[in-house]
Design a protein. Structure first.
Length: 504
């Protein structure tokens, strides 16, 4: 387990923190303020810079334009410095979180040798079989506890032609290195590589050796709450931040930060909760103290990823709102640009029981004509999906909700836990129809929000590192509950029963 400050550590008067929060389609730099006293501490967020992100065809593959991405990070930090200075305040530290799995290769001189590949590039598929020839999948899972996905870092690295003299820096670690000059790998993101020992909490160096990868391919580990370093002079000059500004490791895998900010713990069954971090992807699971490394867990393709304070995020990827955003992009290209609320309202009028698809099918990973691909997937089930966008939207949301329900039930069975409530955080928590369909599909109450769970988790870990907050995850989550009131969705059958009882 990670180091947790004593629960009786008294909060300081307050603090201002910068969160760099980047997803697969967009990024933000957010100022987070933590103020108050024990029992009344609150966190407030202010977005000071937004920017797009996405994959591009570069150098023969789907890659991230990392130079442009890092330039946007610096622009955002400069905006944060300006906003803080205008109030006569100082930013205490910076935390970075992004998506998982992808990495950049850096040489001894600290130069990025090529734009990082995106997990949406299919080059790693060809590496799966050779990797499994060297490392039996059952052995891999028994050590790493990682869900099989063909784009996991272990398979991506197996495609690299030459790695001697290079280090692999996961995307948030690469950003941190360029800010501070220090190379480290944050543990929650390390746990997504397929080269991390889920029990020991260390690199599985025997796997590196078995695959012929350099022993020191990854930098040493750093835990959430530890200081990576201070800003390089040139970064301080470009951003207007003091060179003494610290960069603090947070849950750099964005889902780790999001789960840290799940507003659980109000009492009763909420102490045992399921979570859905809903965005481009949906990460669905439960929080545990120890990994589940059984053969049944491997067969169910569940993953054991590190969370803040050494917790285990026992989860499975279930596709996500990428399907909806890609449909909107396709419709816009055809000249049809309905607002999201209009689409959701129309989808809500359709009756339940419509066709569903496997939202997690790799068929949907790459972009290109998503509406037709969804209709084709429905045809393969023997059903027919009308072409009107409302029917496609309802199919997507019904499919996601059904996938959430199956995954939560599987997690409860495999981990021998019972969740009394489902927390949906992230962008999908704003989708009222998805929240209600999830309540209906799971038969459990759903609490939605916060939308900005990832940024909140990022900021709260920084605040604790600075001494503004004390205690463990329970204390951090109490701040989330005090800061934002989640919306509640009751399963339709329960709601109908309550209405019938009230009418008697």
């Amino acid at each position: 387990m990670g180091t947790v400050p004593p629960a009786d550590t008294a909060p300081a008067s307050g603090g201002l923190f910068a969160a760099v929060d980047i997803g697969a389609s967009s990024g933000r730099v957010i100022l987070g303020r933590v103020t108050g006293s024990p029992g009344g501490t609150r966190a407030e967020l202010e977005t000071v810079h937004r920017f797009p992100n996405g994959v591009k065809e570069l150098d023969g593959g789907l890659r991230w334009d990392f130079d442009a991405l890092f330039a946007e990070v610096l622009t955002g930090l400069a905006a944060a410095a300006t906003a803080a200075a205008a109030r006569g305040e100082r930013i205490a530290s910076i935390g970075i979180d992004t998506w998982a799995v992808d990495y950049g290769l850096v040489n001894a001189a600290g130069e990025l040798v090529a734009s990082p590949f995106s997990y949406r590039d299919d080059r790693s598929r060809a590496a799966v079989a050779p990797v499994h020839q060297e490392l039996d999948p059952a052995r891999l899972y028994a050590t790493t506890g990682l869900q099989f996905l063909p784009f996991n870092t272990i398979y991506q690295l197996a495609t690299e032609p030459a790695l001697e003299g290079l280090q692999a820096l996961l995307i948030p670690d690469l950003i941190g290195f360029l800010l501070t000059g220090r190379r480290r790998t944050e543990a929650t993101n390390a746990s997504t590589t397929g080269l991390f020992d889920a029990v020991a909490g260390e690199w599985a160096t025997e796997f590196l050796a078995a695959l012929g990868l350099p022993k020191h391919l990854f930098p040493p580990l750093i835990q959430p709450g530890e200081t990576l370093g201070t800003l390089l002079p040139e970064i301080a000059e470009r951003t207007g931040l003091p060179a003494a500004t610290e960069v603090v490791a947070v849950g750099s895998h964005d889902t780790a930060s999001a789960v840290a900010a799940v507003p659980a713990g109000a009492g009763g069954d909420e102490e045992k909760f399921a979570y859905i971090s809903s965005g481009t992807w949906s990460l669905v699971g439960v929080e545990l103290s120890h990994p589940v490394l059984t053969e049944a867990s491997r067969a169910a393709n569940f993953t054991n990823e590190r969370g803040v304070d050494g917790t285990i995020r026992y989860l499975r990827n279930v596709g996500g709102l990428w399907l909806l955003s890609e449909c909107q992009r396709a419709w816009a290209a055809e000249g049809y640009r309905p607002g999201l609320e209009e689409l959701l309202d129309a989808a809500a009028t359709l009756p339940p029981g419509g066709p569903v698809i496997n939202a997690n099918d790799s068929y949907f990973i790459a972009p290109d004509n998503m509406p037709e691909r969804i209709r084709a997937a429905v045809r393969n089930t023997g059903a027919v999906l009308p072409e009107h966008p409302a029917h496609i939207v309802r199919c997507i949301l019904d499919s996601l909700a059904a996938g959430y329900a199956r995954t939560i039930a599987d997690a409860e069975r495999l981990a021998d836990v019972r969740a009394g409530v489902v927390h949906i955080v992230g962008g999908g928590s704003q989708n009222r129809l998805l929240c209600q369909l999830t309540a209906d599909a799971t038969g459990k109450p759903v609490l939605s929000g916060p939308v900005e769970a990832t940024a909140l988790g990022n900021v709260l870990v920084q605040a604790r590192a600075a001494g503004v907050l004390g205690g463990g995850l329970g204390e951090l989550r109490a701040v989330v509950r005090a800061s934002q009131q989640p919306a509640e969705y009751v399963p339709s059958t329960v709601a109908e029963h309550q209405r019938a009882g009230g009418a008697q």
